[in-house]
Design a protein around this ligand. Structure first.
Ligand code: MIG
Length: 822
């Protein structure tokens, strides 16, 4: 015990529960002007409805409200909401058509009710501040701010979800978490914090959901009944309280509104949904091609080869190594001929290399930069690097040795950084992988931020410290990258991957979960991590398949693929000191199973792509915990060893060795075994799960589209589509599929099409939106039917009977199609 404590002290782990000793409550209400209340201690409180379902609540402890600027917010142009105010001796009330915010005057507490007067969320005690600095020793930077604490009543049956990337189970209840972007290699369940900060959670009680988004980038802490059973606490180490209450009643409502506020994903190039190969690092270029050829000669689907940090000239970003990658154009050209794309890693650290400036050169990225490095020179000359309090550049240690970081809060620096990506795009690079953007610093040895504490950021001219800017560093780096890629190739879709993030990241980047080890525990925790990331607005997510650090084996790799084949980001990646883990490394037995699942992923691409389209339009994530679809079913509240891929596929993966079967829960309704089509009523059941099979079910009521078997995303664009119709207990099913060119930005100008397919009364109708689709052969499989005849637009149609389904083929024309079964 003592040892553990000593270790914790040594690493200065910031994970402590919220403690309120010495803190002083906000003063009582004194007066109101418009939507702003002034308190007796001169604190201010502002209640602002953005929509009838979305309220922004700001509180400035013993000071005036600041400008309220945030990097997270996507939407500010809200149409006015009708709000009535009313004041009594006890409270002031602000009421929209959906919500009522009561501000109790003394003590000052906030309570939110729905239109029927039901209490949705309520302060358990007034806002607490720290005028006497009693919590100083706990703060990351005592000079940058002081602690304020919000306390909400904690429901006895209340469950909590979202909160972004946390190595934790699905339900956050009784957990506590800190938000401080940290480089945490080999993290395990309960390591906290890790890379990302998404200070947004969803509460669910009595089948009623709401969301709270605490938009403040200082280090913060969440406590869901860990330190005291009666409170849900939020503590933040600087700045003002700025939170959004997001009304339900469904979790879907909350996620939709949260993503309307902070933005939704964009569509990356479709090939990004393909299988990706990575290693720290594949080099030189010949080895990259050799590995790609091996995937292809082994008949393993693949779309991306990733270049980790060894492609550069001694870790100088925006350069190519002159020997290892002497001809990047040739490399990308040869890979493109095989339908493969290159993704380059880009770290935020720029090698600190003061030297005489070089004359302007063409393509400096493929010239020797060892004497004079254009990126350092330009950044230095234009004052784009982060500085310490003494006004000198902050020099830290990362891969290049002495390293400086870009101040991404400066617009000009972001523009410059974005434009630098020409050094990749000019040579045919397809996408950019942003790593180390917490930002990681080797001198800190786990004491996150210690070496950067006295650095300052421009921050819209406010010149604010590291404590405020750390958690938005990655968000702004990704913004710079995304906007740069769009400027450089205006009609092509950017593809960006990031490790660290702040709320709103989905507008700029996809993500992966960093350096998880190759252990069964890490595999198991990846499932709730994906689910909660989805509820936090991030849909294009994934993990290093097979784990990044330590030693995996064939069984673990196979089970990992049996999860990731359904996950948007599907990349096998491994540490430089780890053992090889490409799909063939453990022998043909494992390779054959992995191949089968990769092939199934590629067949399911139309389904995955429809899922991205849905997330783009609505914010509803592709990877879903069961509670998102079945929030009135208590079986789902803590269920995190199963998940839904989209609305219609349910999987119950195996995350332990040596299992041949497992218990699976299928919610109310009917389901179909995906492999056999055997019908199944909702219930608990025991599913066979030898290594060859991972339990997978289609929802009764769904229509699943499958494309052809193929090994690259762009192959066979006009192949027939197979539609699997799985009727619900009332004999109905419906779905919407999505298509576009998969590459350009034209989908934003309506150059895209949706097919609506619906089935009822033994009749299937296919309708397409106006934009012309490639007309396809449709192979339609109907499950759970006794039909023996079919007609298509009133003409008889051949029908084949199989075990659990009947099948018919039609040629899609431009009009509506009606297919009848008899
Ligand atoms: O200090 O670029 O999470 O995926 O292979 C390690 C080398 C830096 C961390 C990333 C990992 C990547 C590695 N990087």
């Amino acid at each position: 015990m003592l040892k553990t404590l000593a270790l914790a002290a040594l690493l200065a782990l910031p994970t402590y529960a919220i403690e309120t000793e010495g803190l002083v409550p906000i003063g009582a209400y004194q007066s109101i002007q418009g939507d702003t209340i002034t308190c007796q201690d001169s604190s201010q409180v502002k209640i602002q409805f953005l929509t009838p379902d979305l309220v922004r609540i700001r509180m400035a402890y013993r000071s005036n409200l600041d400008d309220g600027h945030s990097w997270a917010i996507a939407k500010t142009d809200w149409a006015p909401t009708a709000v009535t105010n009313n004041e009594t001796p006890e409270h002031v009330a602000f009421q929209s058509s959906k919500l009522k915010v009561l501000v109790h005057k003394n003590p000052l507490k906030i309570e939110i009710q729905d239109q029927n007067g039901r209490v949705l969320n309520k302060d358990a005690r007034p806002l607490l501040g720290d005028p006497n600095n009693t919590q100083k020793a706990k703060l990351f930077d005592p000079n940058a701010g002081s602690m304020t604490v919000v306390s909400k009543e904690l429901g006895v049956e209340e469950h909590f979800y979202a909160l972004g990337e946390k190595a934790h189970k699905l339900d956050r209840r009784r957990g506590h978490f800190s938000m401080f972007n940290s480089d945490t290699p080999k993290y395990t369940e309960a390591t906290d914090p890790i890379y990302q900060t998404i200070p947004f959670y969803i509460g669910l009680e009595d089948n009623r959901a709401y969301g709270l988004f605490y938009d403040n980038s200082y280090r913060s802490h969440f406590d869901f009944g860990f330190s005291q059973q009666e409170f849900t606490g939020y503590a933040v180490e600087g700045g003002q309280i700025d939170y959004y209450f997001v009304n339900g009643p469904t979790i879907k409502d909350v996620v939709q509104r949260y993503t309307e506020l902070t933005g939704r994903i964009y569509l990356p190039p479709k090939w990004a949904l393909g299988h990706q190969a990575s290693r720290w690092s594949y080099y030189p270029d010949k080895l990259v091609e050799k590995i790609a050829d091996t995937y292809q000669s082994h008949d393993l689907p693949l779309d991306v080869m990733t270049l980790d940090i060894d492609y550069m000239q001694k870790y100088r970003v925006f350069t190519w190594d002159l020997q290892r990658f002497a001809d990047p154009d040739g490399l990308t050209r040869r890979l493109k001929a095989k339908n493969l794309h290159i993704v380059n890693i880009v770290d935020p650290g720029v090698k600190y290399q003061p030297a005489a400036d070089n004359p302007e050169e063409q393509q400096p990225e493929i010239k020797d930069q060892s004497k004079s490095y254009y990126v350092y020179n330009q950044g230095s000359k234009n004052d784009y690097f982060v500085k310490r309090k003494d006004g000198k550049q902050m020099v830290t240690t990362v891969w290049p040795g002495e390293t400086v970081f870009v101040d991404f809060t400066k617009e000009a620096a972001r523009k410059w950084w974005g434009d630098l990506h020409r050094a990749y795009l000019d040579h045919g690079t397809g996408g950019i992988w942003n790593d180390m953007n917490e930002p990681a610093d080797f001198t800190e040895k786990g004491d996150t931020g210690a070496n950067q504490r006295d650095s300052y950021f421009y921050d819209n001219g406010k010149n604010t410290p590291h404590a405020k800017n750390r958690n938005v560093f990655a968000l702004l780096m990704c913004k710079a990258t995304y906007e740069g890629l769009l400027r450089l190739r205006p009609n092509e879709r950017p593809y960006v991957i990031t490790r660290a993030a702040y709320a709103g990241i989905q507008r700029y980047s996809t993500m992966w979960t960093g350096d998880a080890p190759s252990t069964w525990d890490a595999l198991a925790v990846s499932v709730p991590m994906f689910c909660n990331l989805g509820l936090s607005g991030e849909t294009f997510i994934g993990a290093d398949v097979g784990g990044f650090m330590l030693r995996g084996d064939g069984e673990m790799l196979t089970r990992a693929y049996q999860i990731s084949f359904l996950v948007p980001f599907c990349r096998n990646h491994k540490d430089q000191s780890g053992y090889d883990q490409e799909p063939w490394r453990f022998g043909p037995y494992y390779e054959n199973i992995i191949r089968k699942y990769l092939k199934l992923r590629y067949r399911l691409l139309p389904y995955l792509y429809a899922g991205l389209d849905e997330a783009r339009r609505t914010g509803i994530p592709f990877i879903r915990p069961l509670v998102l679809e079945y929030q009135n079913d208590p079986e789902t509240y803590s269920m995190d060893d199963q998940f839904l891929a989209g609305r219609d596929l349910l999987t119950a993966p195996i995350t332990k060795p040596n299992l041949e079967s497992r218990r699976v829960y299928l919610p109310k309704g009917n389901w179909y075994d995906f492999y056999t089509g055997a019908p199944q009523k909702g219930s608990y059941l025991k599913a066979a799960a030898p290594l060859e099979t991972t339990p997978l079910y289609a929802r009764g009521g769904s229509i699943i589209p499958l494309g052809p078997e193929k090994n690259t995303v762009d192959a066979l664009p006009n192949a027939p589509l197979e539609l699997r119709v799985y009727p619900d207990l009332g004999g109905r099913a419906e779905a919407t599929f999505y298509e576009d060119d998969g590459k350009t930005q034209q989908y934003l100008n309506n150059q895209c099409a949706r097919r609506k397919v619906s089935f009822q009364n033994h009749q299937l109708t296919v309708q397409s939106t106006a934009y012309s689709l490639p007309q396809r052969k449709l192979n339609v499989r109907f499950y759970a039917t006794q039909a023996s005849k079919a007609t298509y637009n009133n003409h008889p149609l051949p029908l084949q009977k199989h075990g659990n389904y009947v099948e018919v083929q039609i040629n899609e024309g431009p009009q509506e199609h009606v297919l009848k079964l008899q």
